[in-house]
Ligand binder design. Structure first.
Ligand SMILES: *Cc1c(COP(=O)(O)O)cnc(C)c1O
Length: 452
């Protein structure tokens, strides 16, 4: 098919997620292939994958061992249902996940996306208390600016206003607790910010614990909410409050899991043991849609009994525990061991931190936030006052369009430029991407300032 037809067909038949289609029509991009950390479009132009194909990719594209594992699985079977039956890759992966996640987590419940893994965690937490006879524990606490996916349950425990506003009456109500935001708070130290947020959470728990089933929280860093890093000790503090008030701790590791922050899971930084933990994105190295909700035997047992007792967890998706996906995940995790991916990330994150200092000097870079290979660069009109650019100018978006021209892909969160390279990126590639970001940010912000 020729390029022009593809272009027209894409405009006529597709509706892209999280995309205003007029943006796509103005600046369309159609990917044809990938190799290593590069993507190639239908015109043959290459791009460094600066956002890991939306925070998923780990070892690069067309990783030989991954490709082979999937082909090998195809020779046995692609898919059979997990409803009432199981399969070999699903069993092996569940065992492996029990080994690599925090000690208390043993059970795997599969699904196909991060949002689903969160829906499942919420329903499990809710039904856990129902099954245990605590009929009033039905509410959830969530942090301001938290993001847990886009299904109705997931947005109900999320709080990114721009994504959720229009669906208000469709959502169930959660109790919002403040996130300990450090940037733009010049009066307090990170420790003070942490302690204040924990004190407010304690107040909420004290007043409402009889009706609270659980709290949903991202692990150490809020992703889609703007790459906001929690002050050290905050997550541990949340865990302690959960234990004190008999509230389930649901930690969302969809973005942070699988080495992204320099540990296999971000909860390891503070030795936190969630009651429920959601994982997705990196689980198959960015190959196939597998997600999982991990939980404890304590929670599992609350659902265990004879059918007539009505304790069954009535939830499942058609492709849950898909063999191809589980085989890809197993191959992915083998590469972590063979190539010491976590150690590599620790070295690369220090390098990235060093290189990102070059951006800090730019006139309109207000803040650089980094946890492992998860980075956000916040662009501001005025560095002294942290005044943002007028939102309608879409400086973040325009900067990333310029990056695209220069040969790198990423997507911003408002005026926060996201840098989430595949874990396998070489130092040379990391340096190249940072240099493209620097040039694009510089040119885009200067062009705006000249106009006003
Ligand atoms: C991406 C993300 C989700 C949603 O995952 P999908 O696979 O896109 O549904 C949930 N939680 C967090 C923290 C995420 O970053």
């Amino acid at each position: 098919m020729n390029q022009q037809t593809l272009l027209e067909d894409s405009k006529n038949y597709l509706w892209l997620p999280f995309t205003q289609m007029t943006d796509y029509e103005r600046d369309p991009l159609i990917i044809e292939s990938g190799e290593g950390i590069k993507l190639k479009d239908i015109y043959g132009k290459e791009y460094l994958d600066g956002y890991s194909s939306l925070w998923l990719n780990v070892h690069g594209h067309r990783k030989k061992e991954m490709d082979e594992a999937i082909k090998k699985q195809l020779d046995s079977i692609a898919h059979s249902t997990l409803l009432g039956a199981s399969n070999i890759p699903a069993i092996n992966l569940a065992k492996k996940l029990a080994e690599i996640t925090p000690k208390n987590l043993k059970r795997t419940f599969y699904s196909d996306s991060g949002a689903e893994s969160v829906e499942i965690a919420i329903k499990m937490a809710y039904q856990y208390w129902q099954n245990k006879g605590y009929k009033d524990k039905r509410k959830f606490v969530t942090l301001s600016n938290g993001y847990h996916g886009d299904t109705v349950g997931a947005i109900s425990v999320g709080a990114v206003d721009i994504y959720h506003r229009v669906y208000g009456s469709l959502m169930f109500e959660s109790i919002k607790a403040p996130f300990p935001l450090v940037y733009r708070n010049k009066e307090e130290t990170p420790d003070q910010i942490r302690d204040a947020a924990l004190a407010q959470l304690r107040n909420i728990f004290e007043e409402h614990h009889r009706e609270i089933a659980g709290i949903t929280v991202e692990a150490l860093i809020q992703g889609a909410g703007g790459m906001n890093i929690m002050p050290s000790g905050y997550l541990k503090g949340v865990e302690k409050l959960c234990r004190a008030f008999n509230i389930l701790l649901i930690v969302d590791e969809v973005a942070t899991g699988f080495g992204r922050t320099g540990k296999m899971f971000a909860v390891e930084h503070e030795e936190v043991e969630p009651d429920l933990m959601t994982i997705a994105k990196g689980i198959t190295g960015g190959y196939l849609p597998i997600a999982a909700t991990m939980t404890t035997e304590e929670i599992y047992e609350a659902f265990y009994g004879e059918y007539e007792e009505f304790k069954t967890f009535f939830h499942g998706h058609s492709y849950t525990g898909n063999q191809l996906g589980c085989a890809a995940a197993l191959a992915n995790l083998e590469i972590y061991e063979r190539e010491n991916i976590i150690e590599q990330v620790q070295e690369k994150m220090a390098y990235v931190s060093f290189e990102l200092q070059k951006l800090k000097k730019l006139e309109h870079v207000g803040d650089i936030r980094q946890l492992g290979l998860m980075c956000g660069i916040e662009l501001v009109l005025d560095k002294e006052t942290d005044e943002p650019f007028p939102w309608k100018e879409r400086i973040g978006y325009k900067s990333t369009l310029r990056m695209r021209e220069l040969g790198m892909l990423t997507r911003p969160l408002g005026d926060v430029v996201v840098f989430m390279p595949p874990l396998a990126s070489s130092k040379d590639e990391l340096r190249k991407m940072i240099s493209i970001m620097k040039q694009a940010i510089h040119e885009t912000t200067e062009a705006f300032v000249k106009v006003i």
